[in-house]
Design a protein around this ligand. Structure first.
Ligand code: FES
Length: 122
């Protein structure tokens, strides 16, 4: 959905939060402006890979074409629908899965490991 030729609806999962984003905005900036900041180490220089987002909607053409550097970084993940949020720009309406917060991911892994250990003991 576009209200005019330069603004598009971007849906961020898993929250389902939607925002109207100006064409040419990187996904990293769009997420920040929507109040869903993505933690990164490189600050948007296509090196840390912490900004990986994945297409989850039907429209695969809502993001700018993948550049050579981004493609090299992503490797096979690109074929699974992943893009680097710092490189991919909004050019149409799109639905994306944001990366899990690193702290939350670490806690989740510890809890899963503890659950597995508990099941092994009994
Ligand atoms: S922000 Fe580091 S690779 Fe995108």
């Amino acid at each position: 959905m576009s209200t005019n030729n330069n603004v598009y609806e971007v849906t961020f999962q898993p929250s389902g939060k939607k925002a109207m984003i100006k064409r040419g905005t990187t996904v990293l900036d769009a997420a920040r402006r929507t109040g869903l900041p993505i933690v990164t180490r490189c600050g948007g220089k296509a090196s840390c890979m912490m900004c990986k987002v994945r297409h989850v909607g039907e429209n695969r053409f809502g993001l700018s074409p993948t550049g050579d550097n981004e493609l090299r970084k992503l490797g096979g993940l690109h074929e699974e629908g992943y893009r680097l949020g710092c490189q991919a720009k909004v050019i149409g309406s799109v639905e994306l899965m944001l990366p899990e917060d690193p702290l939350r991911a670490a806690v989740r892994k510890l809890l899963e490991q503890q659950h597995d250990d508990d099941n092994t003991l009994w």
